[in-house]
Design a protein around this ligand. Structure first.
Ligand code: G6P
Length: 607
């Protein structure tokens, strides 16, 4: 995480750096800072907390300069305060960094031995000192940077400027993403093209191990072996338009309400309404010959994978392994030859997911990714990409990205089943019809906003909340609990309803709301029994079901939310929405920062 930006401009860069940082704040908001060159000297302005604090500082103490770098931080090493805020600088070099320098302690000891004094607790500051040390040894700027890069272990995207060099910025990438933007006599650097979109649409993505010497009219790129390389300059699809809330109080609410539209857009891309069938692009593998699939992701995207596992195993009769990327990448997973590995990521930049992808590629898997950002590193390193058409998601808690991921994965499951001869035409049309109905049903769910706002009062008072579900409702229970934790800071747990009796049932009393997610499906009666077990112990049930389910069991619940009846196949997409809305309204009642909850970041580019 952390966002970095750099500009060699014609006019003063500080306002542009701030605009870029605003578009990068989703990557972290523990502190922010900029460094520019004023009369050849490095000038820094840094502030703890959100970007608005830095803006206020710059209003009091403006900074000139036509070259500069900026940073928005998600703290890894060192508490979030001004001292640890980037840029980190010596009198000769200023650095912004996204990633983790794993050997920083050894390097720190080395530069301290050479008489340098470090003032922060970060892993980054040592980079500025190491380059300075090589400059002191008489090396040139590129040579000194190169020597320092050779010493770094870990992951990094770096933006570096040098005192007395108003037309030079050096960028380097290992692990963390970095893009270079081309302007008219100006050049830019950013963690992503979104940050640079108001400045330019001409983008060159650095590849892993690359570093670049950037001047006001060009960038010279070198690979990890320091050989000159050419990287393609492409036009980004990102728009430079301001990302507004469109009249909504929060981005998260806006994004929740966009779901009927974006699920529809995603279905439009992957289904044919005339033939009522799924129409995916060629993914470059024969599902009939595929021995197994592996689905890997993090956070909310992982829950999408859990739902997809149920769909794929049931419909396509294929063995599916599913794991969180941070575990998968290190567990020495066995991967069947000829298998397909599918990676799901809103950002397409999550460090663990990317590392898991590379592991799978090295183990002979065919790589498919489901991403919301088609220019992302995960997309670029995949054999085939299925894009989600959610549009930019700004709220840190994922909403519309999740339901569009589910939509894509539902289509993928149907296509896989058909290719394996495991699904007949009638079943396919029934399932595609069920998906086609989701946008309209989702709009009906949004009409329950008042009910869910009222319900939030019950949840907001709780210290712990339990979410229960079975089958594809189990990942939705997990997602409901995650959403609540993330934005309201209330402890919540999602549990497989049938597993509750092996532990969490001990938590049940009248103070713990138990949210039961139970569409009318073949597991309904099983979930009903588990709900009875909760009620028998004085538990307070909040029951999410359809009219049939509510008629059957609603009397047992303290509160019921009646959702539209849908084919069980499509139910998880629909039931994701009310759990998002409940978490949202609870967070609003608690007065938390809904769009930028504490300690979190939207794009997690450190492991
Ligand atoms: C962070 C975000 C989550 C997201 C997860 C995975 O934790 O806050 O909303 O689900 O990363 O991100 P990805 O971009 O890979 O889907």
């Amino acid at each position: 995480m952390c966002g970095i930006i750099g500009i060699i401009g014609k006019g003063e860069v500080a306002p542009l750096l701030i605009e870029g940082l605003r578009r990068l704040e989703y990557r972290g908001y523990d502190s922010a800072g900029v460094a520019t060159l004023v009369d050849g000297r490095i000038e820094c302005r840094r502030a703890e907390g959100k970007l608005t604090n830095l803006e206020a500082l710059l209003a009091r103490e403006p900074v000139a300069g036509t070259i500069g770098i900026g940073h928005t931080r998600w703290a890894t090493h060192g508490v979030p305060n001004e001292k640890n805020a980037h840029p980190h600088a010596t009198d000769r070099v200023a650095v912004v960094h996204n990633g983790i320098i794993e050997n920083f302690q050894a390097l720190r000891a080395e530069v301290e031995e050479r008489g340098h004094t470090l003032v922060s607790d970060t892993d980054t500051e040592v980079v500025a000192h190491l380059i300075t040390l090589y400059l002191e040894d008489g090396k040139g700027t590129a040579e000194a940077t190169c020597a320092a890069l050779n010493r770094l272990e870990g992951a990094f995207a770096l933006g570096i400027i040098f005192a007395g060099k108003p037309d030079l910025m050096i960028a380097a990438r290992r692990g963390s993403p970095l893009a270079i933007g081309y302007g008219d006599g100006e050049m830019y650097l950013g963690s992503d093209a979104l940050a640079l979109a108001p400045l330019t649409r001409e983008i060159m993505y650095l590849e892993d191990g690359d570093w670049a010497v950037i001047t006001s009219d060009d960038a010279t790129v070198f690979d990890a072996e320091h050989l000159g390389v050419t990287r393609e300059v492409r036009l980004t699809a990102h728009s430079g338009a301001t990302l507004g809330k469109g009249g909504y109080r929060h981005f998260m609410l806006k994004e929740i309400f966009e779901q009927p539209q974006v699920i529809g857009d995603t279905l439009h891309a992957y289904t044919n309404p005339k033939t009522r069938s799924v129409a995916l692009p060629d993914l470059g593998f024969d599902a009939a010959e595929t021995p197994a699939m592996t689905l890997v992701a993090c956070g909310t995207s992982y829950y999408a994978c859990m739902v997809a596992k149920c769909w794929l195993e049931r419909l396509a009769r294929i063995p599916v392994d599913v794991d969180v990327a941070s575990e998968f990448r290190y567990r020495g997973a066995y991967m069947a030859e000829g298998g397909v590995a599918l990676f799901v990521s809103q950002s397409g930049e999550t460090a663990d997911t990317l590392a898991a992808l590379r592991y799978a590629r090295d183990h002979g898997q065919h790589i498919v990714s489901v991403v919301n950002v088609p220019e992302s590193t995960i997309a670029r390193e995949s054999d085939a990409v299925l894009q989600t058409y959610a549009g930019p998601e700004i709220g840190v808690a994922s909403t519309k990205a999740f339901t569009t991921q589910l939509t894509v994965l539902a289509c993928f499951a149907i296509a896989t089943a058909r290719a394996r001869g495991a699904m007949d035409h009638d079943t396919e049309t029934r399932l595609v019809d069920a998906l086609a109905g989701i946008p309209a049903r989702a709009a009906e769910v949004l009409n329950h906003d008042d009910t869910l706002r009222a319900l939030a009062h019950q949840v907001a008072e709780a210290r712990d909340v339990l979410y229960l579900g079975r089958g594809t409702s189990y990942p939705i229970a997990l997602e409901g609990a995650l959403k609540l934790k993330e934005i309201s800071y209330i402890h919540a747990e999602g549990y497989a309803a049938g597993e509750m009796k092996h532990g969490p049932i001990a938590l049940i009393d009248e103070d713990v709301p138990v949210i039961v997610i139970a569409p009318s499906d073949e597991l309904f009666e099983k979930t009903a029994s588990n709900m009875q077990e909760v009620v028998a112990r004085g538990g307070r049930v909040i029951f999410f079901s359809d009219a049939k389910g509510v008629e059957r069991l609603g009397a047992l619940a303290t509160t019921t939310v009646t959702l539209p009846e849908v084919d069980p196949f499509a139910a998880p997409i629909l039931y994701a929405i009310p759990v998002q809305m409940l978490a949202y309204h609870t967070a609003v009642l608690k007065g938390t920062d809904v769009d930028q909850p504490r300690n979190l970041a939207k794009s997690v580019t450190v492991e």
